[in-house]
Design a protein around this ligand. Structure first.
Ligand SMILES: Cc1cc2nc3c(=O)[nH]c(=O)nc-3n(C[C@H](O)[C@H](O)[C@H](O)COP(=O)(O)OP(=O)(O)OC[C@H]3O[C@@H](n4cnc5c(N)ncnc54)[C@H](O)[C@@H]3O)c2cc1C
Length: 290
């Protein structure tokens, strides 16, 4: 049995301001805990050794999914299961449901949170591919105020994000795009596993032309989980099979996967192309049907 190192303090924050005050009080030795599905195993393995844990599970202000203006806003403490079940998210972007269906298993989805997933910043995180595809943004708060960071600038390497000491991610925002079609494709070694490769896309087709699109890829070493060259190629063109294949080829060329226990690099690159193509086809189909 792996046992975490002893904790000096465990505190249940009563508000976002209180969580920030606690983070400032305990300094760099403090960590927030949300669902605990990544942090607690890391503590058991002693890969993380916080001296103070600030529990944010009581922060109801971070638990809603809503529309504000032309954006969807998801609070940091929204659980995977709530994203999976949300009719509002499904109405605007079916990609949310498709993506959540293949994240882990019901036990993890019942506890794991949106904020925890983005802040853990695992290179195989499915929600990071989705967020990058939809060109979302995250809101980060500290004791002096808030700032909004585009999702494509939020991660600056594996397990590294723009959230600094004394800061908390409060919400994630996604632009609403009327008529957008979206889809998520993932290959995993067994049900509930992390991705060998996963790809999320959205496409807006108007008057027979791709007006806008986004492609996000996880687990294949795509910088910021995206390959803008593939999107730029497709925007302004007809969504023909030939153009979709070329966009998928560019997406795969922009990836830099590593060989590991989940598969060799060339197989992952092959998947990046094939899954991008499948997701683009389905996104185009549902956009045209809108
Ligand atoms: C068995 C298993 C299988 C999984 N499979 C998949 C998968 O297939 N695909 C996938 O995408 N994910 C997968 N996951 C990850 C899962 O999605 C969890 O949601 C993820 O572990 C992190 O969420 P959490 O709420 O548990 O975060 P926690 O473990 O509580 O926190 C993770 C990190 O984020 C920080 N943090 C948490 N919330 C905030 C916040 N609001 N602001 C700032 N920092 C914060 C914490 O301090 C910690 O450093 C899997 C996890 C497990 C255990």
């Amino acid at each position: 049995m792996q046992t975490p190192a002893p904790l000096e303090e465990y505190v249940r924050a009563t508000s976002v301001a209180d969580a920030i005050a606690q983070l400032e009080k305990y300094g760099e030795d403090a960590r927030l805990v949300a669902g605990g599905h990544s942090l607690i195993p890391m503590m058991r393995l002693r890969l993380a050794r916080p001296e103070a844990l600030i529990d944010i599970n009581d922060l109801d202000e971070l638990k809603s999914i809503k529309v504000e203006g032309n954006e969807i806003v998801i609070g940091a403490m929204v659980r995977h299961r709530e994203v999976l079940d949300s009719p509002l998210l499904f109405e605007h972007y079916p990609i949310f449901r498709e993506c959540e269906k293949v994240i882990a298993d019901p036990v993890v989805r019942n506890r794991g949170t949106v904020g925890g997933s983005y802040c853990q910043a695992d290179p195989s995180e499915d929600l990071s591919a989705l967020g990058s595809a939809l060109r979302g943004s995250v809101v980060i708060q500290n004791s002096t105020g808030t700032r909004t960071v585009p999702m494509r600038e939020f991660h600056f390497g594996p397990y590294m994000t723009q959230v600094g000491d004394g800061e908390i991610l409060t919400e994630v925002r996604f632009p609403i795009r009327p008529g957008a079609g979206s889809a998520y494709e993932k290959v995993e070694r067994r049900v509930g596993d992390w991705a060998v490769t996963s790809v999320g896309t959205f496409v807006v087709v108007k008057n027979g032309v791709v007006e806008d699109c986004g492609i996000g890829l996880a687990a294949v070493g795509a910088e910021h989980f995206c390959v803008p060259a593939a999107e730029e190629f497709l925007i302004g063109k007809a969504p023909t099979e030939e153009n979709l294949v070329q966009a998928a080829t560019l997406a795969a060329e922009g990836c830099n996967p590593s060989s590991d226990q989940r598969g060799p690099a060339d197989y992952k690159k092959h998947l990046a192309k094939e899954l991008t193509l499948r997701a683009l086809r389905r996104s185009v189909q549902s956009s045209q049907g809108a």
